[in-house]
Write a protein that binds this ligand. Sequence first.
Ligand code: G4P
Length: 527
Amino acid sequence: MSKLQQEVAKRRTFAIISHPDAGKTTITEKVLLHGQKLQKAGTVKGKKSGQHAKSDWMEMEKERGISVTTSVMQFPYRQSLVNLLDTPGHEDFSEDTYRTLTAVDSCLMVIDAAKGVEDRTIKLMEVTRLRDTPILTFMNKLDRDIRDPLELLDEVEDVLKIMCAPITWPIGQGKNFKGVYHLYRDETIFYKTGQGHRIQELDVVKGLDNPELDKRVGVYAEELREQIELVKGASHEFDLELFLEGELTPVFFGTALGNFGVDHMLDGLVDWAPTPQGRETDQGEMIHSDDDRFSGFVFKIQANMDPKHRDRVAFMRIVSGRYHQGMKMKHARTGKDVRIADALTFVAGDREHVDEAWPGDIIGLHNHGTIQIGDTFTWGDSFKFTGIPNFAPELFRRIRLKDPLKQKQLLKGLVQLSEEGAVQVFRPLASNDLIVGAVGVLQFDVVVHRLRSEYKVDAMYENIQVATARWVYSDDAKKFEEFQRKNDHNLALDGGDNLAYIAPTMANLSLTTERFPDVSFRHTREV
Ligand code: G4P
């Protein structure tokens, strides 16, 4: 095996998807504890204690106690090196979350076992289905009164349309949570309370029929044996191929808070989840991770992560080849060769310089406005990786300056923030208005806050009658021109100068779509 193949084989790059409050932050903490990156779990977050997650970078997050940024954490686990891409938990930041999911090779779905499948999980699962990303499942909060485990599996199968293969099975729940039985190792692992902040010594009994089990858990032993028989009959067996195709999910039970079961999930991740996968180009070619020519794409741009480094960082997922400090790469969109002397890597919020990085890794490039979301970097060829979407905003406001002399600064700020994907900006062809479009309401606050702190402009919003926007295209130049002529009062350019139709109402949109069948109105735009 070449060095490149060895590095690829070691890596697993994943993200966690869940409904707010299901326990994503707590699991992240325990995962890092197992990765021995944090001495003591609990430093990631403590909303109430006033401690803040190492991954909480922006001031906004601290004020609101939510995670706005996407951070990247790398840690070793067994023989592997795991990259965990944190996704913003708040529903307002769905665009960032969606794009982060294009940069991973598998996902962990965390479900609050007292609640079952919730809205946001459904939405995020839809996104992972676009690329058939393999999914692992963690049923969390077993130390509470949860729903019937078999019923939970049924719900996942029904609602999310994915087969469930339980890997572990819980013994008791709530105050009587005793531990789990591992169906494939044929062993019972016992739960001890009060071990949330350290790696526990495993307390294990081999074999389901072992009388030791009866001694330890009494009546629960017989109940477990019956349940396991039932579960084996009623659920699916783990099948690696179906998992890799995204059709079956291995399911683990545990409590993130009690730090129990997270290691079983991590074992599943390193044993089964795919190594860094290749990506398709706009030329229909697949670039594989073991291709020794360097390539990668930018899925996220973040400003101001650390007040000490007031710069913008472009997050790049390496697709193929090796990054090394000082190397030259081609910025495909501009056609320019750039020398990268100081890429960053992210270890739970600490920024460190790396000398090399490999497929599946995320590196941060300092960006002075030339890099945009979706940009591809290559060894020298000109192509673009596909599949990084921009979503049509659903909320719109007109943005106005308090000091009209700063119009130029405002425009510059908005265009830069839209390049980052923080917000979308539309400039109507027929007026001097600036319309800000967002997928979630909180984005508006973030924009005003950042305009003030980074661009020194004070802006405010006014309501505006806009229901939605669609990017418009047509193969028929004449018809397109006619369309533009008749609709110029509803047309606008976005931050990247793409033409969009701004619909005052949904009824107007459907009417216009009908009247101009040769024009396509798109809900997403490839960045
Ligand atoms: P999120 O990132 O998905 O939004 O969830 P987070 O980890 O913040 O967890 C949400 C709440 O659920 C937190 O309580 C957390 O302590 C709790 N929690 C997480 N895992 C478990 C578990 O296995 N068992 C139990 N009983 N609770 C769990 P909180 O009081 O809202 O916040 P905090 O003050 O603890 O931060």
